[in-house]
Design a protein around this ligand. Sequence first.
Ligand SMILES: [Zn+2]
Length: 569
Amino acid sequence: MSNETIRITLGDWQWNAAMIGFINIVGKDNVSFVGTDAIEFSSKVLDDFENKYFSYLINTYEKTLSWYKIVGYKNKLSAYESNFESFDLKDLKDLNKYIKDVKRYIKSNSYKSSYELINVDIDMLSLERQLVNIKEPKIHQFEADRIRVITEVEQALTVLWQVINYCENPGGKRYIRAKNVIYTLIKNAWNGVSFLNAQTKEKDMYIDYKKYFVEEVFDYLKADKTKCKYTCFVCDAPIKDMKNDLSFLNVTGFDVARKSSHVWNFQNDIAICPVCKLIYSCLPAGMMYIYDRGLYVNANIQLRDAMEINYRIKNDILRSHEGGIRSVYKSLVSTFNQQENDAAKYELADVQIVRYENESYRFNILSRVMLEIIVECKEELNSLINTAYNENGINMQIYDEVIGRVFNNQNLFTLIHKLLYYKVSDPSKCYFNGEHVRNLLKINQQIYSHLGGMKVEKSWEQQNDIVRNAKGAGYYLRQRYIDKGSDNKLTGICYRLLNALKTSKSDMFMDVVLNCYLYVNMQVPKVITDVLGEDKSFNTMGYAFIAGMIDGQGPKENTRQKVDKGEGK
Ligand SMILES: [Zn+2]
């Protein structure tokens, strides 16, 4: 086989994700990085590519595959067998759930279609029929029923071991896991061709992939291209016909067959070369998928950084038990913050977040400015990690709410208002304290001073002084009310102050404050009067003042230990 050097260069997000997918599949030691945005590789790395392709996806996602859910249970089965005396109702319930899952998997169409490829003389569908749920006795009857239960469990285990052994034999591993990744990962990125073409005649997905994607590249590299009339839409290489287009990519590409009858008399002028087609097929290895949802962080900086960021996020999410896209923000933030401590910093630049949800792509831009806010507010953000509030029975993580707002270009005043309102009305549902509110106000100031267009009324230090002094003033006012035995009035006062801030009525806020200080016979602190006429500083002062007044309110036993540590006076 010829040995040619192929070069590919970064482009739009989908191409970039596919390119990173390709590097993931062949291993970064098998490509050479050229400049900041390109790689070169020898056509030799395409030898055996179909196996490398499936191996990467299988190894990366192994623990999420249904195949793993079947074989991963075998330690439990061995434990039951070695000690039936301690087998109890909870074990039985667990086992029944497992049996139910196994039955569902092994009679599914994707499993059935893999059996014909696996050269083992075992009838999985007959094993499926032999597996039945074991009747669960009532808890007080369990001992009386034990002999019947254990006999049935033993029968079930005999069948289950056959199922597990089948899945674990080389053919089972090769084909069942390949089917798993086709339907849980690959199908999210492309469809309709090769093994995802419903009409394909080739049953073996490895061979099908090889024929459709890899062999075409080898033929193309060998071919005489001097008479080619067309060029590849992606890389400009000469191509002889318009056969390959982008329609196999989900959502993006154009379905040429359908478009040709389009009223605009659409001229199909988008075709790609076999090399680019192969690279695009690697998209599922570049994106990160979890539960039918996908994610790619398009950091258009340097190819190596883009790889690193996506690698860390993929690792983080696959390892974390939360496993949701929500934790992506957390991974992203920690990736940037981690890097900040390293010698080589990412050059902070705009980042495009691409999400695949409900079969379409959604885009968010994280601007350099937002990333700066996140890096600069690292300590304040970290203090929020274990904080939460309960809204309509659901615990909301304050950290997620803050990051979500920063990434959506919103300030935090409505969130701060809500938190203080909940703290006044039902402190037992609030897992945060005044110090956290103070950190929110600090982050909020960073948002204001970074997001352009807003004139900043005070310097960062002055703003911090306002937050500290106003919070202190609120705290002392509260003490005076307690000294006078009038602390029952504080809740009503807080409601009125919150309402005044919400409706931007500084005169109403001042009325309430003046009355309070008159009542305790004290002078109104300078921090309050100093910011009159400055909208944002006034709001900041107001919320910090209220945070000071409610601090320490609420039964301690309802506040989680970790949250309490931040309590500052
Ligand atoms: Zn091309």
